[in-house]
Ligand binder design. Structure first.
Ligand SMILES: Nc1ncnc2c1ncn2[C@@H]1O[C@H](COP(=O)(O)OP(=O)(O)OP(=O)(O)O)[C@@H](O)[C@H]1O
Length: 230
């Protein structure tokens, strides 16, 4: 597959929590680059900094130092250069958490269309896009059902639809297949790859799931807050 634009550039990014004796260095001068069309897994032991790095790229956690360029725009260089990070996230980033993260009081379709409403789509357009994606992911027949009544695989596909609804180019996922059996886990990864290629996006996933290691272009290993070549 042709690899495209540089979408994620992390340069010398460090993050520490707390100060003095309580200080924890979660990331130490990390460099990562991810291009459009790439599907990358991030591995590492518990506490190695995976969630911190994902959340920094997702503009949810403040880096302590370094530079972050997303889709060609320098968004952090010692400080945030964008006032409205919420808007940046809505425009550029799709987050896939575990399926349980769907809002329980909304239907599958409303879970997807809500993101588009927040991004400023008209209600008619967001409903149509939500339907289209749910159909594409073969859960259209479950559009009016609330998450408690969906199977694990169905809920995960709704979570994917929600993350991809606004056509973000940077898709971040935290253990997206942990709750799925091996056939469904591979189907979800294949689907994500297809969507990433179609939308010229990249995917970075935290995973411990050995069932899907062969589905990635590249594995990034973190150890004690540093990239390791292991
Ligand atoms: N909000 C926080 N305040 C203080 N320390 C934190 C905070 N978040 C993470 N840490 C610490 O930073 C280090 C890296 O944590 P992080 O959650 O990024 O690791 P991880 O690799 O995602 O771990 P896991 O696989 O267990 O989720 C750990 O030592 C953790 O205890």
């Amino acid at each position: 597959m042709a690899i495209g634009d540089l979408l994620v550039e992390v340069s010398g990014v460090a993050k520490h929590y707390g100060e003095g004796e309580a200080r924890v260095d979660a990331l130490r001068a990390v460099d990562v680059q991810i291009r459009a069309g790439e599907v990358v897994a991030m591995l590492g032991p518990s506490g190695s900094g995976k969630t911190t790095l994902l959340n920094i790229i997702g503009c949810i956690v403040d880096p302590s130092a370094g530079r972050l360029v997303l889709d060609g725009e320098t968004v952090f260089d010692g400080r945030w250069l964008r006032g409205n990070l919420r808007r940046l996230r809505l425009d550029k980033i799709g987050f896939i958490f575990q399926a349980h993260n769907l809002l329980p009081f909304l239907t599958a379709e409303e879970n997807v269309s809500l993101v588009l409403d927040l991004a400023g789509w008209t209600p008619t357009a967001s409903k149509a896009r939500a339907r289209e994606l749910l159909d594409y992911l073969e859960v259209g027949h479950r559009a009016r059902v609330k998450p408690a009544h969906l199977s694990g695989g169905e809920a995960q596909r709704v979570a994917i639809a929600r993350a991809l609804a606004n056509r973000p180019r940077i898709i971040l996922a935290d253990e997206p297949t942990a709750a799925l059996d091996s056939v469904r886990a591979q189907l979800v990864m294949d689907l994500l790859r297809k969507l990433a290629v179609e939308q010229e996006a990249c995917i970075l996933t935290v995973t411990h799931d050995e069932k899907i290691f062969d589905r990635f272009d590249r594995l990034i290993h973190l150890r004690d807050g540093r990239l390791s070549t292991e």
